[in-house]
Ligand binder design. Structure first.
Ligand code: ZN
Ligand code: ZN
Length: 458
């Protein structure tokens, strides 16, 4: 009899949160690793997925959903142990991966010097080169086959919005069909069209759940949020203040620079100095190349010239004030310690004329998440700077998230008529919302919220 092929799934993340993505799928005879990230909230070994769980057996295939470090950051460690395993990714991701990893290597070297952690860096340039050589780009919509005949496994990537190169993954093996959303945004951004996911049925869907805690406000469309952001920037500047926009270097910075450029062209903003930080600026050239070579992006490096973007030689000290009036587009997006946005925030947080405008998701445990939870006037501690100040600047969040609304994700998944749904990439409360909602709307679907390190049959 033709038995249903088994699918085993193990979440390699060390914690049940966004953390360091890594998912081992065993489909029939195939062992496939989806992503190997680094948890931005941890340092050293603790920031990697639990790669011991990969065991000694060979890996047939690695698939990279996109180049944010929570998905890519630990890939060199895997490539070192499995040098023969191909790494499938989209064409834009092929351009970006090595550059992002080099940045990660530099950060680890700095951490080694600052914190005296001898285990750092976890990998070297040679390991990054090994990743680069193992990358096999697969254009969106094309299918690649592995194996022979009835043991044939096929893989197709679909544009997932979110960030340049992001991909959802369809895996088919005999009569099993599995779809992994990866990080996804269905809405168009200025620089990147929204996801274009397949509209067929799947028996299993692996779903990201980043925004499970966030209720959708139908009054707030993306364009309305952009308009509200631009108005805040305008008002702050016209009262003599400066604006800090904490952003991820990959994707967010280029999107925000494009928004600012468009607003200045439309005379919604005055021409003021715009400052940006290193990696994001460097990635502008990569985005420019991706736009020209793959048509996957609406972006050009001319945005830098039009805005007159410059860098700061030295960041102002804690409590030191904003320096030259302008717009500061600095990473990191969650205002993580030791980053330009963290330092610049410490300089302006006690300035009533200034604004800190968050434009994406902030994990509640990060400094950005903590600042958003601190009421105006109460004191905020910049831990690594040993500096406390009352919140006097205007602190606001704008819903320009790179992740889909929870309702959109649920609607997409339910329309695929799946037998099983696996919840990933979200904090416990976010997963709970999906779990509870699915129990009501589709009680027949088997929902798995995997405990890290435990193997589930789906
Ligand atoms: Zn991402
Ligand atoms: Zn992610």
């Amino acid at each position: 009899m033709d038995k249903e092929p088994f699918v085993n799934l193990t979440d390699l993340n060390r914690q049940r949160r966004i953390g360091a993505s890594g998912l081992l799928l065993e489909i029939g005879p195939y062992r496939i690793l989806i992503d190997a990230g680094m948890d931005p909230k941890e340092i050293g070994r603790a920031s990697t997925p639990n790669l011991h769980l990969l065991g000694e057996a060979p890996l047939d295939l690695i698939i990279l959903t996109h180049c944010h470090l929570d998905h890519l950051g630990s890939l060199p460690l895997v490539a070192r142990r499995h040098p023969q395993t191909p790494i499938l990714c989209s064409r834009p991701s092929q351009y970006l991966a090595a550059r992002m990893l080099k940045n990660s290597l530099n950060v680890m070297k700095r951490q080694r010097d600052e914190l005296g952690l001898a285990e750092l860096p976890l990998y070297n340039k040679g390991d990054i080169n090994a990743v680069d050589e193992a990358l096999h780009p697969l254009p969106y919509g094309d299918t690649r086959h592995f194996g022979h005949n009835e043991r044939d496994l096929s893989v197709t990537l679909y544009a997932a919005g979110h960030v340049a190169g992001a991909a959802g993954i369809k895996l088919s093996y005999r009569h099993r069909s599995i779809f992994i959303t990866g990080d996804v945004l269905f809405t168009n951004q200025r620089t990147l069209p929204g996801a274009s996911f397949p509209e067929e049925d799947f028996d299993t869907i692996v779903l990201e759940t980043t925004r499970g805690r966030t209720e959708r406000n139908p009054e707030k469309t993306r364009e309305q949020e952009v308009a509200r952001l631009i108005k805040t920037v305008h008002d702050t500047l016209s009262h003599g203040g400066s604006v800090l926009l904490p952003v991820f270097a990959l994707g967010r910075m280029q999107e925000i620079l494009t928004l600012l450029r468009d607003a200045i062209r439309a005379r919604e903003l005055p021409q003021v100095p715009v400052f940006a930080s290193g990696l994001g600026l460097d990635l502008v050239d990569y985005f420019d190349a991706i736009a020209r070579k793959t048509n996957a992006l609406n972006f050009g490096r001319s945005v830098l010239k039009e805005l007159g973007v410059r860098t700061l030689d030295r960041l102002p000290a804690a409590g030191g004030g904003p320096g030259q009036q302008g717009i500061y587009v600095f990473s990191s997006g969650m205002m993580v310690e030791h980053t330009p946005s963290y330092h610049y925030a410490s300089a302006i947080l006690n300035e009533p004329s200034c604004t800190i405008a968050f434009v994406g998701y902030c994990d509640p445990d990060t400094p950005g998440g903590k600042l958003l939870a601190t009421p105006h006037g109460e004191s905020f501690l910049f831990e690594t700077l040993d500096y406390t100040t009352p919140v006097r600047a205007h602190v606001e969040q704008y819903d320009l998230s790179g992740h889909a609304d929870r309702e959109e994700l649920l609607d997409y998944a339910l329309a695929r008529d799946p037998r099983a749904i696996v919840l990933t990439h979200g904090d416990p409360e976010s997963r709970e919302w999906f779990d509870e909602e699915l129990a009501i709307r589709a009680p027949n679907i088997k929902v798995t919220d995997p405990e890290p390190g435990v193997t589930y049959q789906v």
